[in-house]
Design a protein around this ligand. Sequence first.
Ligand SMILES: Nc1ncnc2c1ncn2[C@@H]1O[C@H](COP(=O)(O)OP(=O)(O)OP(=O)(O)O)[C@@H](O)[C@H]1O
Length: 340
Amino acid sequence: MINVNAVKKIYSSRSGKVTAVDHVDLTIHSGEIFGIIGYSGAGKSTLIRMLNGLELPTEGSVSVAGHEVSKIKGSKLRKARQEISMIFQHFNLLWSRTVKENIAFPLEIAGVKKSAREKKVLELIKLVGLEGREDAYPSQLSGGQKQRVGIARALASDPKVLLCDEATSALDPQTTDAILDLLVDINKRLGLTIVLITHEMHVIRKICHRVAVMEEGKVVETGPVIDVFKKPEKEITKRFVQQVIEPEEAKDTIDHLIAHYKTGSLVMLGFVGESAEQPVITNLIRSFSVSVNIIQGKISPTQNGSYGTLYIHLDGENVEIEKAIQYLHSQEISVEVIDG
Ligand SMILES: Nc1ncnc2c1ncn2[C@@H]1O[C@H](COP(=O)(O)OP(=O)(O)OP(=O)(O)O)[C@@H](O)[C@H]1O
């Protein structure tokens, strides 16, 4: 569906040349939700803007939904853009138009007749959950509702690909989750390919099938989200994974617990995929003479399985603790004895 081949983008500015995207290769499949994560300045915006021809690569080629986006111009590019829609961090709505009129705008430009336009707009309003707000102006809407208008407008031309440029960065966590749920729903219902850029691992965790990590213009790591969580390879990826897996306060709690427990062992268990659904703790209590104290844990679903960490404290005879830890090692989970 999307092929990025050996793409390089160099900007020339007064202070010299900047390599924003440095030799990137990517293949994104039809129907996939693909996330690109990186810190500010990593080159994400430049890369996503090359997918709909808003920027042209200095070297390499970009093909999206059968269009050689990096080569075409004028009416061919405009036509391609109907199949490659985009939503933005700050929504980019027309403030003097109502919800209905904003969504109808691309249809007007495409010359769609009024009756067909109205029918389509009503369908889209329903799809994004904006019934009752048809005649409101953007200034009367919440951030989440504004992004719903952005999404409906982007879907008006029946695109094959939806590009999301930090689409939830201006929203609070609850609204972010509602918009992410909507994107998953649209992906499933319409089979739409979604490419998003973000600096938040939460967004990747919640909705993406695969992820590419960018640093200094390069894609440094890529793979299915669950694999990247299981085994992040690069330092930068580890930092992103920690954003969601191990909040800062967890470290403080662990330090406190190590000081608190004088006997037994403190163990960190890492669950990935199906292992997150196994009754490991129940088996542990039933089979060994150890007391198990659950200290802290978090298990989160991704689009291709669950992952998480659980801290437990085991107490009892040393031999029994040893056996219990051996049992844990025999399960499909990672085990790290932190203390004892
Ligand atoms: N039009 C431009 N002219 C010159 N340099 C640019 C231009 N656009 C981006 N850059 C530079 O290219 C590099 C990559 O920027 P880009 O905006 O693609 O990164 P990003 O990962 O999207 O970061 P952010 O989230 O802050 O936008 C940066 O060093 C930036 O300063």
